[in-house]
Write a new protein. Structure first.
Length: 207
């Protein structure tokens, strides 16, 4: 198994969005955070031999982190075709030996029903934009439906919300860690070019 640092280095070649859509909160997860999330999942036995589904895959960062750790199958799903084509190029760049299935679809409509043990990884829209509030709730609902475990990135202060949602669905938050992420200016209505925000990553066991 590569180390977390080696995984982050491999992911350094993953290109972000050419023309990011603010309404879909399109920005790339930093390689070190993606590596931390997937390395943690791998140590928990949540990657190897399993189906990994990246909901809102964008340009593929989390799906590609997963495919480099030997899962049975990886699916990256997004409703915008433009980043999916960048994701395909990124797949060539990271030099994975296994393929990722890139799927165009709506993550909030649970478009997949994978067989066998399934892990969802995701950095869903936070709902920071007024007309997109609670976007992460619909992504969690899909995770509850299709996966037995998920790892999701949320904005800081989401613990009570994620714990309550998981409990309502018969699940449980088993692990959590905090990190920091630079968000491009357009997502935070901020004067600087980017803003560092605190994010929280949760592992939820759904069943
Ligand atoms: C914060 S970005 C994360 C991108 C990528 N997963 C990463 O970690 O770099 C959120 C992604 O969710 C996608 N998205 C937003 N709403 C969606 C929906 N309803 N169904 C599928 N994808 C969606 C956006 O197009 C965008 O690629």
């Amino acid at each position: 198994m590569s180390t977390k640092t080696q995984l982050a280095q491999q992911l350094g070649v993953v290109a972000g969005f050419d023309d990011p859509r603010v309404d879909l909160e399109q920005y790339r997860t930093p390689p070190d955070l993606a590596a931390h999330l997937v390395h943690t999942a791998d140590l928990q036995g949540d990657i190897e031999g399993r189906t990994v589904v990246d909901l809102g895959t964008g340009t593929g960062m989390l799906a590609l982190a997963a495919v480099l750790r030997g899962p049975e199958r990886v699916v990256g799903l997004d409703l915008d075709p433009a980043p999916l084509s960048t994701a395909r190029e990124n797949e060539g760049r990271v030099g994975s030996t296994a393929d990722v299935e890139w799927v165009l679809g709506d993550a909030t409509a649970a478009p997949l029903a994978p067989d066998g043990p399934t892990t969802v990884v995701m950095n869903p829209p936070f709902g920071a934009q007024a007309d997109n509030e609670h976007a992460d709730r619909a992504f969690l609902a899909t995770a509850a439906e299709i996966a037995d475990v998920s790892y999701s990135i949320h904005n800081g202060g989401s613990a009570a919300f994620v714990e309550a949602f998981a409990a309502d669905e018969g699940g449980e938050v088993t692990h959590a860690f905090e990190s920091e992420m630079d968000l491009p200016r357009q997502f935070e209505f901020h004067d600087a070019d980017e803003k560092t925000v605190t994010v929280e990553v949760f592992r939820v066991a759904w069943r």
